[in-house]
Write a protein that binds this ligand. Sequence first.
Ligand code: XLS
Ligand code: NI
Ligand code: NI
Length: 437
Amino acid sequence: MSDAFPTVSKIKFEGSTSKNPLAFKHYNAEEIVEGKTMRDHLRFSVVYWHTFRGRGVDVFGAGTAIRPWDDGTESVENAQKRVRAAFEFIEKLGAPFYAFHDRDVAPEGRTLSESNKNLDAVAKVLKSEQKRTGIKLLWGTANLFSNPRYMHGAATSPNAEVFAFAAAQVKKALEVTHDLGGEGYVFWGGREGYSTLLNTDVKRELDHLAKFLHMAVDYKKKIGFKGDFFIEPKPKEPTKHQYDSDAAACLNFLREYGLKNELKLNLETNHATLAGHTMQHELEVAAAANALGSIDANTGDLLLGWDTDQFPTDIYLTTQCMLTILKAGGLKKGGVNFDAKVRRESFEPIDLFHAHIGGMDAFARGLKIAAAIRKDGRLADFVKQRYSSWDSGVGAEIEKGKSNLTELAKYISRKGEAAPNQSGRQEFLENLINEFI
Ligand code: XLS
Ligand code: NI
Ligand code: NI
């Protein structure tokens, strides 16, 4: 058992009047909302990369973070010690899940087999810590973007050797995820895009990306991994354009290459906004295609044009997310994964607690508010009523596929003009949401 956070004990729910910064004001794991505990609705997950590998480095300066349990070396021993500190943190926080990249948890070796050996040595500790605490793996993934070999991409590299290396890395990451009982596995194409079209064969790169995913699907079936596969959209950064640019682009890609039934989407707020969308837009697009898988919960700064990965504290945002997630029937094998990092100026270990507690409370409030809006029913009734012309008459005929242009032309000529429109009532609805916040 590690003692990385000696001044913090288990974070408790103290209710909305508590002034204790190390207590939940809204996240009450056992509380039932719409027939399910908050724990099961939200399935909170802590990310290993930002929370245990992030040191506050930015393009202008070195790391600032104080992490007393980490000696800063790339040894396997340090990696194992870090796992124990991570589990102490996640256990005290009371999050049921975590997520990792292969190269976050274990140091990369000089060869693939050395890297795999390192990963096995660390995965052994992950497994025993999972067993000790009951904390589970939400998803695993492979880092196919940090090593210089991936400068041109991994599955979309013009160099077939690099594709092969990435395939080998994913094979191992899948095996480890499977062995650790992961609920899912994520594909985030960190450099699967281009910097310039002058040197890029787009068609060939997309074909290769699809081949890569098909191979992963085949291997998943071969080893009997029952978790979900997720693809995570992001439009750019570090590339100028990433092929998995947003939910709609991902869905189109998956359909075109016969992968639609094999992968769901893992949507991230800051990626949505980089794509010029809201998070709720991305969630709605995914839900409409029955592909809403999981979320990387964070937020960006609209005045900064990059993926700042801040912790989500905006109640409007979390309410919108939870409205769509509840409507879609919940997260199933996905979760609310805090792909977020503390600011460089928040360099103390305790800041990690403040950040996660705040994010969990913000989502708990979003969940409760969304449930109250749904119970009230006025919002859903309004939407239902807005489309009521489709429930009978000409609308129902069109929806059933029993109409055609000739029929509709006859219908409208008989009437002379379409029935009058109804107001969209946007301001009324915005006020209605505010009643609950
Ligand atoms: C980066 C992505 C990354 C993925 C996992 O922008 O959000 O963290 O979630 O590879
Ligand atoms: Ni992410
Ligand atoms: Ni991101």
